[in-house]
Design a protein around this ligand. Structure first.
Ligand SMILES: [Fe+2]
Ligand SMILES: [Fe+2]
Length: 276
């Protein structure tokens, strides 16, 4: 008997929940003196701010209607708990490197803009084309988690302290679990549905942004993450995103990261000679 995509989501949820558990980080900061490293402080506190967007995502998820499915509702509760813990752990790392200005929460203008521009449309699409919205949510999730996973793996190579490497490794593993849930769901929902595939391609091409770009703007994003972009193979990993997204049913040839990096190229080159 053929499995429906809802069956697949339920099975994925079971696999996802087996790996659930908190990131262990707070005891690692006991009796530890911070050090001054302004670029790392800025980078980690910005990462905390970017992760914090997951709180606001709840509003979008509710409006899009995808959480009407039990598997998504259950996944989302754990996902939010895990992302919330990432905010706290990354804030603590930012503080360890001397960050005096944590980027917790959002600026009102950012929230207000998001509220005005996207919620009515999400509502409408969620009611008129729920399967398309589900496929878009899962595809977007898989792509964003891939960026997160790559970034934390790169960050763990960049830092010297073993306890920071350990925390970043734990976060990266959770991002990997999130990515696998989204990805397997996207594959199941997109399979054999050309209309859904066309819809998701359009949504992705029009709406995808690298995590944090909406919050920081392109120039500040590049400047904030320049330690990672310069010091690791992250650009190479980022560019694999198009290939990964393009291997989902019906999305072959999609380009998201490449045009984004090209748009950032001037800023990247101003920072240093980062190869794209
Ligand atoms: Fe996260
Ligand atoms: Fe995640």
């Amino acid at each position: 008997m053929q499995h429906s995509y809802e069956d697949v989501l339920n099975e994925n949820l079971g696999t996802f929940l087996r790996g659930w558990g908190p990131v262990s980080w707070n005891s690692q900061f006991e009796d530890i003196e911070g050090i001054d490293n302004a670029p790392l402080a800025q980078m980690f506190s910005s990462l905390a701010g970017i992760e914090d967007v997951s709180f606001y995502m709840q509003v979008k998820i509710r409006h899009s209607g995808v959480s009407r499915l039990n598997a998504i509702k259950e996944f989302n509760a754990i996902w939010l708990a895990e992302e919330s813990e990432h905010v706290r752990a990354l804030s603590a790392i930012g503080e360890y490197y001397g960050s005096g200005q944590l980027l917790r929460g959002h600026s009102e203008s950012y929230l207000a803009r998001q509220r005005v521009t996207s919620l009515p449309l999400l509502n409408l699409l969620g009611r008129t084309y729920p399967k398309g919205m589900l496929a878009a949510y899962l595809t977007m999730g898989s792509v964003q988690e891939y960026v997160a996973l790559s970034s934390y793996n790169a960050a763990s190579k960049l830092v010297d302290e073993s306890f920071v490497k350990d925390i970043l490794g734990q976060i990266a593993r959770q991002e990997g679990r999130h990515m696998r849930f989204y990805r397997a769901g996207a594959e199941a929902v997109l399979k054999d549905d050309p209309r859904c595939q066309r819809f998701v391609r359009l949504v992705m091409e029009k709406n995808w942004r690298a995590p944090g770009v909406d919050l920081l703007g392109c120039e500040r994003w590049v400047q904030t993450f320049s330690p990672l972009l310069m010091g690791t193979d992250l650009i190479e990993r980022y560019t694999r995103l198009d290939e990964l997204c393009g291997s989902l049913p019906g999305l072959s040839g999609i380009e998201l990261m490449k045009p984004f990096l090209m748009r950032c190229e001037t800023t990247l080159q101003k920072q240093s000679s980062i190869p794209i």
